[in-house]
Design a protein around this ligand. Structure first.
Ligand SMILES: [Zn+2]
Length: 83
C-alpha cells in the first residue's frame, strides 16, 4: 500500500489522490489537506505538527539532546575524579 508523501499515513485502497507531475513523478496523497499543504502552500512536512515527519524530527532532536546531557555528565564525572 502507498504512503502519503506529506503526512506519511498509509493510504487505504480506494481512497486518496494520485498527482502526477510533468516530469512523471507520482505523488500519493491521503486527502485534499495533504495535497494543498504540498502543492499550494509548499509546506515542509517536518514543520507541520500532525505529520509522521514532524514526530521523527522531534524524536531525533530529543535523542540528540539526551546525548548532549550524557556527555556533560560524563565530563563532570571526570572533573570530580581529578580533584
Ligand atoms: Zn496525508
Amino acid at each position: 500500500m502507498a504512503k502519503c508523501v506529506f503526512c506519511g499515513e498509509t493510504i487505504k485502497p480506494g481512497t486518496g489522490l494520485l498527482f502526477v507531475k510533468k516530469e512523471g513523478a507520482a505523488l500519493f496523497f491521503c486527502g485534499r489537506k495533504c495535497e494543498k499543504n504540498t502543492l499550494l502552500l509548499h509546506r515542509n512536512p517536518a514543520k507541520a505538527n500532525w505529520t509522521q515527519a514532524f514526530l521523527q524530527e522531534k524524536h531525533r532532536a530529543q535523542a540528540a539532546a539526551d546525548r548532549g546531557k550524557a556527555k556533560k555528565e560524563e565530563h563532570a564525572g571526570h572533573g570530580g575524579k581529578k580533584k
